[in-house]
Design a protein around this ligand. Sequence first.
Ligand code: ZN
Length: 67
Amino acid sequence: MVRAPTCPICDRELAPSSITESPVFPFCSVRCKQIDLLRWCRGEYAVVDRLLPEQLADQLADQDTAE
Ligand SMILES: [Zn+2]
């Protein structure tokens, strides 16, 4: 079983063609590449297991403030 390579940021499967052709490999997009750069540049994110895409992070934030 060969698992399709996925973006380390958002876990989206990468298109086979993008693996060799994409300038942002191993990320799915420029945005995810920038998120990864930010994560490394900002020490406070070192304790976060995975920096979530903004949209998902917003959803989690809503859940946190729902109580
Ligand atoms: Zn991604």
